[in-house]
Design a protein around this ligand. Structure first.
Ligand code: CTP
Length: 395
């Protein structure tokens, strides 16, 4: 498959150096990147840096002898699957909002709009960002259909603190990837995903939990979002950043997860329970810290809710997907859970292998369907497992 083309416009602000990282991240995600720099951008970083990272000639001057293209701003605009402006200064936003096209970047933006998404990632001083003229320009462009990746807040190069910091470069690259995702086959669907472990508190300082990191569930939520679904991700404690564009709900115990899931169950089309829910909790919770007095400490545990089983019992038209983490008799145990919990699919993984399953970036799974078919997948990234799962559900 030919790679998708991102045309990256770089306008002149101190965040230009971060645009280099955006190029590198887009390249790693498999995109072809052509860079256009404004005159002011060249004051911060040389075109050679962008050329080295993109592997393509950088376009700076509108009146250069055409090298790679015939009429460069038109052919680049035609070639672009998406145009991204990083950093977008108040100046380039103002020019585009006013219909000014007087250099390579502004002419290409004008020629690209309507053919492909044009996305601005602004970065500037807080006061400039809050300036009502700039804010009006942004509103005007959004009304026309231009897209914006909002800046974040923090300490800015000028020493001020506030809004105006270029958004995280990985987030920018992820947003581009999401916009360019071809399959939108979950558009209009509501997908509910649970991820991570739950914890069972023992006293104010102690709890028990398990080794789940949430990687698989977060990958599923992102895949569903990229395919156009309205996604809710209910997550137990995890170090992974909440994905953009999903309704994110943090929980810690089995009870909290159950409540949040039940609140949304009836209105969901697809429910995927990849969380590693604690099956037991201490019979009594100690309000005071348990002191070390005896030689042995015995804590009695009682069964907690089996959330997925409850969901299976009250299932209407939802597609219900569970996970089975097994250390032995993988298929047999997974088949049992599929039937007992009234599931449509179960993703079975063997947790004894050190390079798949908990905490790893890859997984080796079987997906069992209620019609008794079994799909065996090769070892692959958790993102690819998520893709295969939705492909199967859609088939
Ligand atoms: N699950 C759940 N509530 C629980 C335990 C599990 O909702 N208290 C869900 C998990 O999210 C997963 C599926 O049930 O989708 C299977 O989880 P797993 O831990 O493999 O199985 P258990 O049912 O807990 O059985 P066992 O621990 O005996 O293997």
């Amino acid at each position: 498959m030919n790679p998708k083309n991102v045309v990256l416009g770089v306008s002149g602000g101190i965040a230009v150096y971060k645009a280099l990282d955006v190029v590198s991240r887009l390249k790693k995600k498999g995109f072809n990147v052509d860079v256009i720099m404004t005159k002011s951008a060249e004051e911060f970083v040389t075109p050679l840096s962008f050329q080295s990272l993109s592997g393509n000639q950088v376009i700076t001057n509108m009146f250069d002898e055409p090298k790679a293209f015939e009429i460069q701003h038109i052919s680049l605009a035609k070639k672009a699957d998406l145009m991204l402006i990083v950093p977008a200064t108040a100046n380039i936003i103002g020019k585009v909002a006013s219909g000014i096209a007087d250099d390579m970047l502004s002419t290409t933006i004008m020629a690209a709009f309507g053919r492909c998404p044009v996305v601005f990632a602004p970065a500037m001083n807080t006061n400039m960002y809050k300036n009502p003229i700039l804010q009006d320009n942004i509103k005007k462009l959004i009304k026309y259909g231009y897209k914006f990746i909002e800046p974040s807040s923090g300490r800015l190069a000028c020493g001020d603190t506030g809004e105006g910091k270029l958004q995280d470069t990985e987030l920018i690259a992820e947003m581009v990837e999401s916009m360019l995702y071809d399959k939108k086959d979950l558009a209009g669907k509501k997908v509910l995903v649970t991820a991570g472990p739950t914890i069972a508190p023992i006293d104010p300082v102690r709890f028990i939990t398990n080794r789940s990191t949430g990687k698989m569930g977060y990958a599923i939520a992102k895949e569903a979002r990229d395919r156009g679904a309205e996604v809710t991700l209910i997550s137990g404690p995890s170090n992974i950043k909440a994905p953009f564009g999903v309704d994110f709900i943090k929980v810690s115990t089995n009870e909290e997860m159950l409540k949040q899931v039940l609140d949304r169950y009836d209105t969901s089309d697809i429910v995927i329970k990849s969380a590693a829910v604690a099956d037991y909790k201490p019979k009594t919770y100690s309000d005071l810290k348990i002191k070390k007095s005896e030689e042995n400490l015995n804590i009695e545990f009682v069964k907690d809710n089996d959330i997925l089983k409850k969901l299976g019992e009250i299932k209407k038209s939802q597609i219900l997907v569970g996970f089975a983490a097994e250390s032995n008799d993988l298929i047999e145990n997974a088949k049992g859970k599929l039937a007992r919990k009234n599931l449509d699919y179960i993703v079975a993984n063997d947790i004894t292998s050190s390079d798949t399953g908990f905490a790893s970036d890859e997984n080796k799974v079987f997906i069992l369907s209620k019609d008794n078919s079994i799909l065996e997948l090769n070892k692959m990234s958790k993102t690819d497992v998520a893709r295969e799962l939705f492909d199967l559900i859609n088939r």
